[in-house]
Structure formats: C-alpha cells, structure tokens
Design a protein around this ligand. Structure first.
Ligand code: ADP
Ligand code: MG
Length: 320
C-alpha cells in the first residue's frame, strides 16, 4: 500500500465537512476561510509511542488521545475548535491499526465538528503530530498571565486517576481496585475529556487558565510564573475519585498525584467577586468547579495538608 493509497483510504474522506474549508485534503495546502472578525487560536502537540502513551495502547485510544490533548490546549484558551491537520510517522502501513486510529480520532472530531484539513504521512517510529486551530469569539480569552493575588485557584475535576491507570499498566502492580475502578482509571488515561465547554464558558471572564497535562504542580507553576505570583494549595480540598482513595488505601501519594500528568482538567484562577457568576454558569452547564487554593503575593507554591506544610518535589513531566 503506497503513501497515497493510505491518504485516500484513511484520511481524505472523513465525515466532518465544514463550509469554511474551501479546499481540503489533496492539494499542496488546505484553503480556509476564517469567520470575519474572529481571532484564531493555534496549537501543536506531538505524541510519541512509549513516551506519551504506553506502546501497548490500542490504536483507537491513540487516535482519540492524540486529538483530545490538542483539544485540551484550545480549551485552556477558551477557543472553539474548527480545523486540524495530522502528521504521522508510522513504522508500517498497518491497515487494521490505521482503521482503529481513525475510528478513535473521528469519534472526537465528530463530537466537536472538527474538519481534518491535511497532514503528512511518513515512515518511521510511531509518532503523531497534530496542529489544531480554533476560533476565539471575543477579545476575552484565558491567559496564563491573568492571575492576581487573592484569586481562588480552581479545577474542573479529579486529579490523579490517569497516573494510576498508567502505573498499573506499566508496572503491573498489585492494586486493590475493582474491575470497574481499574477501567475508570485506564479510561481517564486513554480517553481524557477535553474541557472545551468549560473553556468557552470561562473565556468571557478573562481568567488565567491552563490544562493540566504535566501534573497540577508543574502546570500551576506555569500560571504563577507567567503572572509573577505565588500560590497556596489546600491538598485536603483536591477532588479525588473513590478509585484513587482505594488505590492508595486512603493514604494518597500526593507527590505522585500532583506531579504525574495526563489529567487534562482545566486549572483556572478566579477573583472572589467573579466567583459566584462563574460557579453559576458552570453549574447551569453541569460542569464541576472545585476550589483548591489561593493566589498569593509570594514566590513558589506552598502545599498545605491538615494545615501543615507538605513538602513535595515540584517537578512535572519534563522531556530533557
Ligand atoms: P506534499 O507532497 O505536497 O507534502 P503529500 O503527498 O504529503 O503532499 O499529501 C497529499 C495530501 O494529503 C495533502 O493535501 C496532505 O495535506 C494530505 N495528507 C497527507 N497525510 C495526511 C494525514 N496523515 N492526514 C491528513 N491529510 C494528509
Ligand atoms: Mg507531505
């Protein structure tokens, strides 16, 4: 099967069609028609086999996750997804694998009405690079630089589940999870739900936000650095799942939970006077908000557990 047969069979005829794609897959470039007066948000993420997902990950999950982590970046700016391009390096032209990959990919593309507009297909070790573009509907966006002293620090969901899924898969360790709980943790790892709706609802408030990909501590640190502030985290207030409590026999390993990545929840900061409105709009849309800390006029992040400082190595995933 040639590179061009692959493109024709798996990439060219996807189900999402959009009027703003004037020319899609098949020429040297795609031609797009951005909506008048809207700004574009653009992001790229690469996933490498054995680094960003275990080599044993099913093709469907690789396809789903590749798009999900890119969508998560758009969510963190408050953008609405529109177009995506897909560059793949594949060890071989494995039809079954590609079919599975595109099934997972298309599931999310259809959910958010995202058109695949082009890409590149090469032979080499398995790696996927996605470039995604979304629209910003006003000048109000979620930027890392917007945190202010006194803001609450909030997250949209549980932290640490994906790291348990990864631990169990990689280390084959003895765990106390029920089948249902294990499935839940693996799903949190392989099928993260990008918080697109949450991002769009938060954008009008011009808050600071980031998606948690490298671990809450590392990602919150990015907000703190960009906004030149510090933070205090109330560990007791972190939302955690029953599966997590069971896995750690009610004594969570906070170091691991706060520094392992792949949560893909949003972490945002919010001034007190805006919090009621934020909470109201999120509740109306069935999105959880948990307050877990406060922005401070200090440097660094202090973690408190039971009112006692908890010392954690403040690292996150780092490639080099
Ligand atoms: P070129 O030689 O100009 O780079 P290619 O032969 O690589 O073009 O690609 C042919 C067409 O197929 C282009 O429109 C390109 O965007 C598209 N394409 C190639 N690989 C992919 C892919 N993995 N997913 C989506 N579109 C792809
Ligand atoms: Mg090419």
């Amino acid at each position: 099967m040639s590179e061009f047969d692959l493109i024709n069979q798996y990439f060219k005829h996807t189900s999402v069609k959009r009027d703003d794609v004037l020319l899609g897959i098949g020429d040297d470039c795609a031609i797009l028609s951005p909506p008048a007066g809207k700004k574009l948000a653009v992001s790229t993420d690469t996933l490498i086999s054995g680094v960003h997902f275990p080599e044993s990950t099913r093709a469907e999950d690789v396809g789903y996750k590749s798009l999900a982590v890119n969508l998560s970046d758009l969510a963190a700016m408050g953008a609405e997804p529109a177009w995506v391009s897909l560059a793949m390096s594949l060890p071989e032209a494995d039809k079954i694998w590609l079919q599975g990959f595109m099934q997972g990919f298309n599931e999310l593309a259809e959910k958010y009405n995202i058109a695949l507009i082009g890409g590149d297909t090469t032979q080499g070790p398995l790696s996927i690079t996605i470039n995604i573009t979304g629209f910003l509907h006003s000048d109000h966006v979620l930027k890392r630089t917007s945190a202010k002293v006194g803001d609450r620090i909030c997250v949209t969901g549980c932290i640490g589940d994906a790291s348990i899924g990864l631990n169990v898969i990689l280390n084959n360790i003895d765990h106390h999870l029920s089948d249902q709980q294990l499935t839940y943790c693996k799903k949190r790892l392989n099928r993260p739900q990008p918080r697109i709706e949450a991002g769009k609802l938060l954008a009008p408030f011009s808050l600071a936000a980031i998606d948690i990909s490298d671990g809450l501590l590392a990602d919150l640190k990015h907000i703190c650095k960009a906004s030149a502030v510090g933070a205090i985290l109330y560990i007791d207030d972190l939302p955690v799942s029953e599966a997590l409590l069971r896995y750690y026999s009610n004594e969570p390993d906070w170091q691991s939970i706060l520094t392992s990545g792949d949560d893909y929840e949003l972490c945002f900061t919010c001034p007190d006077e805006q919090f009621n409105d934020v909470q109201k709009v999120m509740k109306l849309n069935n999105i959880d908000v948990f307050c877990i800390g406060e922005i401070k006029d200090t440097s660094g992040i202090t973690c408190l557990l039971n009112n006692q400082p908890l010392h954690l190595e403040q690292t996150g995933y780092n490639h080099f």
